[in-house]
Design a protein around this ligand. Structure first.
Ligand code: 9G3
Length: 571
């Protein structure tokens, strides 16, 4: 492609609303353009990258026997009512009505749609397993879209759904997808980890998140360097670390703690460690009040709480001051587990083993010392509620856990019969008995992957695309387009490399060389061949975008290197 003909508009400055490198660079390089908050369009250079990623996805999905289809982005409410999910999602679901006032949504995901297709067309065990996938725009009305493609309201997702005869079949489908995902993200040049992820209220079944390591990632993963433990912090099981189990239970003691509302204030005022204090958090779930107890030196993992309560995320709210006053009889900051009326109490698993704890007395300005589980307070649910933190013991080998930030680029789930039961996706087995299909679902954020690759591959001058998904493999930069020799040599190089199977961009614009070099760095083309004064001697400059070194080579040497470099980087 000749840049003099290309629709290509860069920005000189960083756009004010962009905060992270991928968002800044995608806008400055003219690869995406914002329509409105959270909605982006892909311009020629950027769309080429999207199609490269999609191509890698297709190759690896097809290699596992998955078959590509394309469903509608608009979905009838009826199917979501059948699965029971129409009322499970709040404002993040884009809902709309057609001219006959029928309810629809813009698809945030397609479990219902794919299950509907399969249930009406599959009836025999002979037709299973099936794995169908699509690459399509999804819609989720994020409350705070930000970071460009990282958290947008419309995004390109590959979503696949597998249908098996039984759980054993699902295990195989899941394993195939796990392997396909590892290949896809490796080929995209991403540094990633597959980590155990939250399965939501489904519980029990498996889910893995493919996380691209990045400081700007919104996700945090926990991993162990001594064993293969790796999980999102939402999912990571934490080891109970009770202590003082053998202390004798001391008598309850009410202590005056004027204005001491926080764990830190109480610890300091009573001169006790934070891990001897019970943190009591009050929530509302619709019109029920729930008290959550966790050790004062730990953070609550709200995902574990939501799963323990078996509720959708948006139903969990912090109790407001009035509710706290009503339920505890005290101001906020003095809540405790003793004598809570009509409140469900959820307790972190390590607390019942601990003796002589301190907590709010449910009396303003008072706390209670020497609370002992069983004698002084009880719980309705006892479960691990701890949020994993750096240095906590690995749940598998007890070595110290490490945390890292990451970008979720893929997630795979064992759904089991969550959709096949309510929607009646059944088949007749070898004995002519009716059985329920067992499902899995598998998503890749295609547009988010593009952003994640930039987060991991950029410098101050711009993007550094891996050849596998670069918009072009080589850019041939002509220093002086009025010089006939330089133009001819550039044309020769362009033709030769194209014939060799490379995708070549020729910067034949009537621009100063400096501008051309800056643009070449900004858009991140892996190899730059500069044709300048030495064209008369058949010499060119060769530079890899990921290195600073510029070397002078003969034309054929430069072309050989470019071909070898691009093809060896597992295009
Ligand atoms: C909704 C809305 C947002 C959602 C969902 C439904 C996330 C929803 C989970 C999934 C699970 C998998 C197939 C591809 C891989 C992920 N956000 N999820 O179900 F109505 Cl508004 O999408 N689906």
């Amino acid at each position: 492609m000749k840049m003099s003909k290309m629709y290509f508009h860069t920005l000189r400055e960083n756009p004010s609303e962009a905060e992270i490198p991928s968002h800044i660079l995608l806008l400055r390089a003219g690869m995406i353009r914002k329509l409105v908050s959270g909605i982006y369009g892909f311009m020629p250079m950027g769309f080429r990258v999207i199609r490269k990623i999609e191509q890698i996805v297709r190759e690896e999905m097809d290699a596992k026997g998955a078959q590509e289809i394309l469903m509608s982005a608009i979905q009838p409410a009826e199917l979501w009512q059948e699965s029971g999910r129409w009322y499970a999602y709040g404002p993040e679901m884009f809902r709309l009505k057609d001219r006959n006032e029928r309810d629809f949504c813009l698809g945030p995901t397609h479990e219902e749609i794919f299950t509907d297709i399969i249930r009406s067309e599959i009836s025999s065990h002979k037709q299973l397993p099936v794995n169908l996938y699509q690459i399509q725009t999804k819609y989720r009305d994020e409350k705070r879209p930000r970071f460009g493609l990282m958290r947008s309201r419309e995004f390109i997702m590959k979503d696949a759904y597998s249908f098996d005869k039984d759980w054993e079949g699902l295990d195989k489908s899941y394993e195939d997808m796990y392997d396909a995902y590892s290949r896809i993200f490796t080929r995209c040049g991403l540094e990633f980890r597959a980590v155990e992820a939250d399965t939501g209220a489904i519980g029990g079944s498996d889910s893995h998140e493919f996380t691209a390591l990045s400081e700007v990632g919104e996700g945090v993963i926990a991993y162990c360097e001594q064993c293969d433990f790796a999980a999102t912090t939402e999912r990571a099981a934490c080891v109970d670390e009770p202590f003082g189990e053998n202390e004798t239970e001391l008598p309850l003691e009410e202590v005056f703690t004027p204005g001491k509302k926080t764990i830190d204030d109480v610890a300091e005022f009573l001169n006790i460690p934070k891990n001897k204090i019970i943190k009591t958090l009050l929530f509302k779930v619709e019109d029920e009040v729930v008290a959550v107890l966790i050790r004062g030196d730990r953070e609550l993992n709200e995902t574990k709480l939501i799963n323990a309560l078996g509720i959708p995320e948006h139903l969990l709210e912090f109790a407001d001051e009035n509710t706290v006053k009503e339920v505890t009889g005290a101001d906020t900051g003095f809540a405790g587990p003793r004598r809570l009326i009509g409140v469900r109490v959820i307790i972190d698993s390590e607390l019942p083993k601990m003796k002589n704890m301190t907590a709010g007395a449910n009396i303003t300005d008072y706390h209670l010392k020497n609370l002992n589980y069983g004698r002084d307070y009880e719980g309705d649910i006892i479960v691990d509620l701890k949020l994993m933190a750096e240095g906590y013991p690995c749940p598998k080998c007890h070595a110290e856990v490490k945390l890292a930030r990451g970008i979720e680029v893929g997630q795979i789930f064992k759904l089991g019969t969550k959709y096949s039961v309510p929607m009646g996706a059944v088949y007749t087995d070898e004995n002519m008995e009716e059985k329920i299909m067992v499902m899995g679902c598998y998503g890749i954020g295609v547009s988010r992957t593009m952003a994640a690759v930039i987060e991991q591959n950029h410098d101050d001058n711009g993007i550094i695309w891996p050849p596998s998904i670069a918009p072009y493999h080589v850019i041939v930069t002509i220093v002086n387009t009025r010089d006939q020799q330089q133009m001819e040599l550039a044309e020769t190089i362009y033709a030769e490399l194209t014939k060799a199977g490379l995708e070549v961009l020729m910067d034949d614009r009537d621009e100063r060389a400096g501008v051309k070099f800056k643009d070449a760095d900004l858009i991140g083309i892996p190899v730059r061949i500069t044709v300048g004064k030495k064209a008369s001697e058949g010499k060119v400059e060769y530079k890899l975008r990921k290195e600073s070194e510029i070397i002078e080579l003969t034309t054929s040497e430069a072309m050989e290197r470019a071909i070898t470099f691009c093809f060896s980087s597992k295009m």
